[in-house]
Design a protein around this ligand. Structure first.
Ligand code: HEC
Length: 117
């Protein structure tokens, strides 16, 4: 079971922890942070698919990993392994939950559904 809420009801502290990690270059082996590609506000630099609530189809998931749809935590792991050239995070980890919570929050801000966080 993921320890974040894909509907966006996540504690502010978890989202803030995710934002820190999102900007942290030491998560990758190639000097990139998530924000290097996706923007420091966490909601720019995405394809149009990011507008949809998770789970949803993402071209990278289909093309590289054969996944029809991806959950937010799965998408974090795909980007950890492929563009970040790193090991996946522990599935039960706080770091993965925090990044997934932040990604869901960014998705909802992009779609105009944020609840003020
Ligand atoms: C080198 C650039 C790069 C880095 C670094 C990177 N990504 Fe990605 N990310 C991509 C690409 C490319 C896609 C796939 C877009 C597609 O297939 O439509 C993607 C897709 C995504 C999506 C899905 C967008 C959607 O359509 O829903 C999310 C969420 C995401 N990345 C989060 C992250 C997170 C979190 C990190 C850091 C752990 C990260 N990315 C690091 C390039 C990057």
């Amino acid at each position: 079971m993921p320890s974040y809420d894909e509907n966006g009801n996540n504690p502010k502290s978890l989202i803030e922890r995710g934002e820190e990690l999102y900007n942290n270059r030491s998560l990758s082996t190639n000097g990139l942070s998530c924000a290097s590609c996706h923007g420091t506000d966490g909601q720019s630099g995405y394809q149009a698919t990011f507008n949809q609530p998770f789970p949803h189809p993402v071209a990278m998931g289909a093309n590289m990993f054969g996944m029809e749809t991806v959950h937010a935590d799965e998408m974090v792991q795909l980007c950890m392994v492929a563009p970040m050239a790193a090991e996946p995070l522990d599935w039960e980890s706080e770091d993965l939950a925090a990044l997934a919570a932040y990604v869901v929050n960014a998705q909802q801000r992009l779609a105009g559904e944020a609840d003020g966080q």
